[in-house]
Design a protein around this ligand. Structure first.
Ligand SMILES: [Fe+2]
Length: 184
């Protein structure tokens, strides 16, 4: 007697044939022609323009600490990346604002351009000031607080495009019991 398969609420229960258009058999030359993506061009993002954009966003009542950031995108690269494996953002946190606790599969590096505050990374607390850098490993819970009386400008580098390319972008907010995969 075969035990019934155990299922959870997300396990598929109906199946169909794969689509023939998803597969191709290639020879050596065809493979090599597409195996290495074209190089992207170097790019410059002006801090003067970044500051102007963030100052405009500071007046937008629909934005808060979680959403007031600019993303530095290469117009040549995939997935809105900065370089194909990395994603850079610059955040503006007003005094008293925070980025809510969450975690995700990509790891992060932070550089505090200006301002004072602190972050929690899992059970650790990191107090920071102008010029400090700190890390948040993959899938650690983190939150960031501006506890000073000046705006915080925070430069963040994440390996999100690398995870996205492998279908491994997962996110969990600090008030949720479940992890969500962001891929459709
Ligand atoms: Fe994060």
């Amino acid at each position: 007697m075969t035990e019934p398969l155990k299922r959870n609420s997300t396990t598929p229960t109906e199946f169909r044939a794969v689509e023939p258009s998803a597969a191709e058999i290639q020879g050596h030359h065809d493979y090599m022609a597409g195996a290495v993506p074209p190089l992207i061009r170097p790019a410059l993002w002006s801090m003067r323009e970044v500051r102007t954009r963030l100052e405009e966003m500071a007046d937008d009542p629909h934005l808060d600490g979680n959403t007031r950031y600019v993303s530095l995108r290469s117009t040549d690269g995939p997935n809105n990346s900065t370089i194909p494996t990395m994603w850079v953002t610059i955040h503006l946190l007003k005094p008293g604002e925070r980025i809510d606790m969450h975690r995700h599969t990509p790891g992060s590096m932070y550089y505090i351009i200006s301002g004072t505050g602190y972050s929690t990374i899992d059970e650790y607390r990191i107090d920071w000031e102008d010029g400090d850098s700190f890390s948040c490993p993959s899938y650690s819970y983190h939150e960031h607080w501006n506890s000073g009386d000046r705006d915080v400008l925070m430069y963040t580098v994440q390996d999100a495009p690398t995870y996205a390319y492998n279908g491994m972008m997962a996110f969990q907010s600090g008030d949720s019991e479940t992890m969500a995969f962001l891929h459709k």
